[in-house]
Design a protein around this ligand. Sequence first.
Ligand SMILES: Cc1cc2nc3c(=O)[nH]c(=O)nc-3n(C[C@H](O)[C@H](O)[C@H](O)COP(=O)(O)OP(=O)(O)OC[C@H]3O[C@@H](n4cnc5c(N)ncnc54)[C@H](O)[C@@H]3O)c2cc1C
Length: 432
Amino acid sequence: MPKKVVVIGGGIAGIQACLDIAEMGYEVHLVERTPSIGGRMAQLDKTFPTNDCSLCILSPKMIMCAGHENIKLHTYSEIQSVGGEFPRFKVRIREKARHIAINRCTGCGDCVTKCPVKVPNEFEEGLSTRKAIYLPFPQAVPRKVTIDAVHCRMITEKKCGVCKKVCQAGAIDYDQKDALVDIVAAAIVVTTGFDLFDASALRQYGLGACKDVVTSLQLERILSAAGPTGGHLVRPSDGKEPKKLAFVQCVGSRDAKMFQYCSSVCCMYATKESILVREHVPDVESTIFYMDMRATGKGFQEFVNRAEKQYGVRYMRSRPASVQPAHGESGVLVTYEMVGGITGQKTEEFDMLILCPALVPSRGSEELSGLLKIELDKDKFASTPSWKNPIDSTRRGVLVCGFAAEPMDIPDSVAQASGVASRIGELLQGVS
Ligand SMILES: Cc1cc2nc3c(=O)[nH]c(=O)nc-3n(C[C@H](O)[C@H](O)[C@H](O)COP(=O)(O)OP(=O)(O)OC[C@H]3O[C@@H](n4cnc5c(N)ncnc54)[C@H](O)[C@@H]3O)c2cc1C
């Protein structure tokens, strides 16, 4: 019987770890909280520094993961408890009720079309709505719908039942209950990634108060051809094409009162987004308000140079002090400190403002660390104390990679995931 490994989190780091561990002959159980694997990378339009299409790289890996004979997906699932010790952890997984017979659902979408309930779409960062029965995004893996029990009128009020009537496959099951799955795992990998800090808490930046202030992840969705605007760069207030954009770096990060650490990827993705917007609106101008430029990866400085010289991106070493609506609900007035030997403040009008918020450990990371009995560092990322093996957590047999360990980009997450696989091979060698 092959030894089993549980991987928690189905973003790019978790997917890569699963693929590599499965290729070594172990049986891998991937536990993903949402209905589909893919993580944040699935939400991105393109990736720096090459500006390759994100899903074109990710989708084949997602499909390989689902089709691999040694990988079992537990989507819409969470870890309920962890007992035992290395190399015999007793892991209990709660597979939440999707209210769908997953083997019957064909993913045809007839139920989604007919469902009358609309709620904010998490995948689209609230820029559009989804139905109470939904596929999170078109390339979702597995391609199975889920009923959101909190909003389904049949489950909450015993009214409706439309999806059951239209489902030709007979896949709807309103009475389905959560299922518990027990695994004895030789090792556990934590790849739970990150969330965006809610920047509306920093009121000076206007998120929530000014319609044309959005987050960087919302801009990724606006730029995506499959996104809420069909890939047209338009501002939320009036649907017009913006001609003058500004980005604000370090919203909450590198801030003594908020999150002291650097979120690591924002300098580069803001640069990427300021290049991409030009592909959508050729005469759009971008300004990036930043503290220091952190372009430390391969080809990164060249990428920044190209943005500045070829795309005319204006890098402004200054931190905006306040953001106000400009004309009624449209546009924003940004007040910032002057730089370059000039003192005083300047107020400048922009059509749209994009905030780059601190990237923080995923919701629930503290509870999960309690279940796993691993320590977190002062910023609440998983602690990885050994410089010899920076993918080892504080507990033998529990490994960590990707953003769950510390802020890092996709190439580093992938490299760490492969490192975790080889470390597992090393740890389990000779273990019966
Ligand atoms: C706006 C923006 C643009 C970016 N652009 C780029 C770019 O162009 N190039 C680049 O290299 N990087 C970019 N990044 C960074 C990139 O998103 C991360 O490097 C990458 O997503 C890290 O992958 P991950 O698998 O570690 O985490 P994630 O992608 O966050 O995946 C974590 C997964 O774990 C799941 N999960 C969380 N908690 C639990 C739990 N308790 N149980 C089960 N599952 C759980 C989540 O649902 C998610 O599916 C960007 C980031 C942002 C915010």
